[in-house]
Design a protein around this ligand. Structure first.
Ligand code: F58
Length: 831
């Protein structure tokens, strides 16, 4: 039956407007009370702080939804091209404060709450953030969503609604312990379940190839299990901008209850299917740079990809279009290879379900997809074993074989590739039991492939995807990562935001290049004083937090040296520790006359199965235990490990940093984004020529950046030569002292051999060239101390750092994606 469309203008009509979307203090107060009484069902007397938080969240969500539906209407009316961002991970951080900022209602909301006797800040603290990612890659996806919505790039982001996100990290006796994350335990007021938007997903079984009486060939996939993916939508609001949506899929059983089994008296079997189905989206795999090849992980990937593509097809057809034009209406971006199975799945949907011929389907597929690579680490490059793949996705294996066959033919007959080249480039690796190279599938199935920093994109073309870059040079491009200035300065550093805005106006929040106007002020003593006072306040606030969390007092006048990110050998937290031990030994020897008091602040999670990373955490805490309690040193040094790093914690730490540690071995960190967040908050960087550090240094200038270490080429060269880390031990007295101290037992009297594995690895193998870079690190650090001695000069450099960070806004990254890859115009550029 034809339904009459509701007049959209009703949405902005007076009654609805004032009741649900008004932005004045009184409207917000009324909505809050309404939500508290009628949505939560509470009277003020019985209401808990959580009830208040939720009532406010619903109040804000209504207003966010208004912007979202307005944007969707425009996309639909103007029939616009849309980005579909596919990512297995997102780390949005808490929504409430960000949405208040985007709506521009922080002040009136605080006032409305104050009139009710409620402290809004306290409500903001109630929010559990969705920890649906491991680190940089997931946070990048969220920064990009923020920017797409801010600039007005029509977008929809797809992912997985993990019931348990990244584990909670507790530190007991200096060791990491993992606890399940319970982000959903009090419900999630930001999401709306769309029970009617769901798709059936099949697994396993076999395929049947049939030719009907007319000679038409079809393939039937006869799965051995099916489940359903249901959409959970979180509206995303750009800064004073447009709406977007984060659509996360949750796995459910199709029939929640097996009545036949129940009737036979087997109650457990009756619910078994439900339990098995729900397992798919139960938990996030907590590995940051290691692929585990687990069946459940493949199922997660396929599950969310298939739901997302089916959803895109539904949306496309809903607009009255035909599938031949799918690539004209959607640009689908693959955030690393985790969603790369999408290439085979789209082919399956087009060829098997919609009977479009192979060549046409392949053309649509290649024109839809773009692939972003985020790593050069061999252990992080995804490969799926063929037997496992066949068991889970038999039809996709056939499709991948077919793609591979055609690709290899093309290489051979059109490009005259040698057998060696063919075997290097094929989608299938025939060694051992055979495996599928997902980066190759993504590369072949996309029209554009990008790295995430200039250096990384070059190395990608030189090494990991060398043959492909030779074959299709135009397919490869670079989009340097960026960060959201809304989240990482406006929200997290309100004092600095206030000073900047009062000095140069507020345009910088949507055009970060405007920060360059601060440069005029870099030497102004009054401005410098204000700048320093803000840093001091932020440091005092972090000190309070550290005291609360760890019991350790840190004097805010110390230099705050910050090293926060996932714990990984290539990120070299242990290089930092070796230097701390060096300082400690110097103090003990009495060489501490002019030593600058320093607080070393670490935070980050280690993958639960990563022995060395966990040992590095233990090392940091052991060094902390030794130093923080020793009255001979603890007025000069403090070492802190802040547990359970998250977006929320990060927002607290970045504004308080004086020095940012970006010391990965050159050639390993694809980009890094923590480097950008710290610099944007006025920290100076000590770093290697790795990832986006290279471009940061170009922008900020050599004089305002502490560079050290081998570059990527030198690392390569040394590796190919006869690198002997032991030589550095022999020739560098300081290094010898700290290495000897490491195994002296002083750090772990109860188990003197505890740190032997680190010691031995550094001395005999040193894959991350810590021994080679130690001396250069110390020399660079000496410059840090010297510069710190002149606070006015340091502050000038801090101001310059911020002023020159314009390039690293995620708005710029999204503009690059839009022009280089997606070919989508923002609302801002449309009439
Ligand atoms: C990170 N990758 C890069 N992967 O390491 C970092 O240099 C870059 O800045 C960032 O991506 C954004 O481009 C990363 O965070 C993961 O966490 C994956 C999670 C799933 C398993 C494989 C690693």
């Amino acid at each position: 039956k034809e339904r009459k469309a509701i007049n959209f203008d009703l949405l902005t009509s007076k009654t609805i407007k004032s009741k649900r979307i008004g932005l004045s203090k009184n409207d917000i107060k009324d909505s809050f009370l309404e939500n508290l009484f009628f949505h939560i069902g509470r009277v003020p007397k019985g209401a808990t702080i959580m009830d208040y938080y939720q009532a406010l969240a619903y109040t804000v969500r209504d207003r966010v939804f208004k912007e979202f539906v307005t944007t969707v209407k425009r996309i639909s009316d103007e029939d616009l091209r849309v980005v579909a961002y596919l990512s297995a991970e997102y780390l949005p951080g808490p929504h409430l404060a960000n949405n208040l900022l985007s709506l521009g209602i922080t002040e009136q909301t605080a006032a409305a709450m104050a009139e009710l006797g409620i402290d809004m800040e306290e409500l903001i603290l109630q929010e559990e953030e969705p920890g649906l990612g491991n680190g940089g890659l997931g946070r990048l996806a969220s920064c990009y969503l923020d920017s797409m919505a801010t600039i007005g790039i029509p977008s929809i982001a797809y992912g997985i609604r993990y019931e348990f996100g990244i584990f909670e990290q507790h530190i007991k006796n200096g060791l990491q312990e993992e606890y399940t994350d319970k982000w959903l335990q009090y419900g999630n007021p930001w999401e709306v379940v769309r029970s009617e938007i769901g798709y059936n997903i099949m697994f396993g079984g076999s395929t049947k190839h049939v030719t009907d009486s007319n000679g038409n060939f079809t393939v039937n996939w006869i799965p051995d299990s099916k489940l359903r993916g249901t959409a959970y939508d979180t509206p995303i609001l750009g800064y004073k901008g447009y709406g977007s949506i984060l659509r996360l899929w949750r796995a459910e059983a199709i029939d929640t209850f097996d009545f036949s089994a129940y009737n036979k008296g087997d109650y457990y079997k009756a619910v078994q299917e439900k339990i098995l189905s729900e397992n798919i989206t139960k938990v996030l795999y907590p590995n940051d740079e290691q692929e585990t090849g687990k069946e459940l992980r493949l199922k997660q990937q396929y599950f969310f990809v298939s739901c997302s593509l089916q959803d895109l097809i539904r949306l496309h057809l809903l607009q009255g279009r035909i599938l031949d034009t799918l690539h004209e209406k959607f640009a689908i971006q693959l955030n690393d290879t985790h969603p790369a199975i999408a290439v085979a799945e789209l082919m399956r949907l087009l060829v098997d379900d919609y009977q479009i011929d192979w060549d046409k389907s392949w053309n649509i597929t290649q024109r839809c997809f773009g692939y972003t690579n985020h790593t050069l680490l061999p252990e992080a490059l995804e490969k799926w074993s063929i037997p496992l793949f066949r068991r889970v996705l038999p039809r996709h294996l056939e499709i991948i074989y077919e793609i591979n066959h055609r690709f290899v033919q093309e290489l051979k007959y059109q490009h005259g590739c040698s057998d060696e080249q063919l075997s290097r480039m094929a989608l299938i690796d025939h060694s051992g039991e055979g495996s599928i190279r997902m980066a190759h599938l993504a590369t072949v199935g996309s029209h554009k492939v990008n790295g995430v920093s200039a250096l990384h994109s070059e190395l990608l073309k030189k090494h990991v995807l060398y043959d492909f870059a030779q074959l299709w040079p135009d397919k490869f491009c670079n989009v340097t990562n960026g960060i959201s200035p809304r989240r990482f300065i406006a929200l997290s550093n309100p004092l600095l935001t206030g000073l900047i805005t009062e000095t140069i106006g507020s345009g910088w929040l949507t055009d970060l290049k405007e920060l360059s106007k601060l440069e005029n002020m870099a030497e102004d003593p009054t401005f410098q004083n204000k700048w320093m006072a803000i840093k001091q306040t932020n440091k005092a606030s972090l000190s309070d937090h550290i005291k609360l969390e760890t019991g350790i007092s840190v004097d805010p006048s110390m230099m705050f040296d910050v090293h926060v990110k996932r714990i990984h050998e290539y990120k070299r937290q242990h290089l930092n520790v070796l230097n701390i031990l060096h300082l400690y030994l110097q103090i003990k020897k009495g060489n501490n006359k002019d030593m600058i008091p320093m607080a070393f602040i670490f935070a980050g999670k280690a993958a639960p199965g990563y022995f060395m990373a966990k040992l590095i955490i233990k090392l940091i805490t052991a060094v902390g235990d030794l130093i923080n309690q020793d009255t001979e040193v603890n007025d000069k040094l403090k070492v802190i490990f802040l547990p359970d790093f998250s977006v929320k914690k990060a927002q607290h730490i970045y504004p308080a940093a004086d020095l940012s540690e970006q010391i990965s071995m050159a050639g390993k960190e694809a980009s890094g984004t923590g480097n950008m967040k710290l610099s944007l908050n006025g920290a100076l960087t000590i770093g290697t020529l790795d990832g986006a550090n290279v471009e940061m240094m170009e922008e900020i200038g050599m004089d305002n950046f502490f560079l050290f270490g081998l570059n990527a080429e030198e690392v390569q060269h040394k590796k190919q030569g006869n690198y002997k880390p032991g030589d550095h031990y022999v020739h560098n007295l300081h290094l010898r002292e700290v290495m000897d101290f490491l195994i002296s037992g002083a750090l772990s009297p109860e188990n003197p051999k505890l740190f032997q594995p680190i010691y031995e690895q550094l001395l005999y193998d040193d894959p991350y060239m810590i021994m080679a870079d130690f001396e250069s690190y110390l020399i660079s650090r000496a410059k840090v101390y010297e510069e710190w001695g002149n606070q006015s000069n340091w502050t000038k450099k801090s101001i310059i750092n911020v002023a020159r960070m314009g390039k690293f806004s995620s708005d710029r990254s999204i503009q690059d994606y839009s022009s280089l890859i997606w070919k989508i115009d923002s609302f801002q550029n449309r009439p």
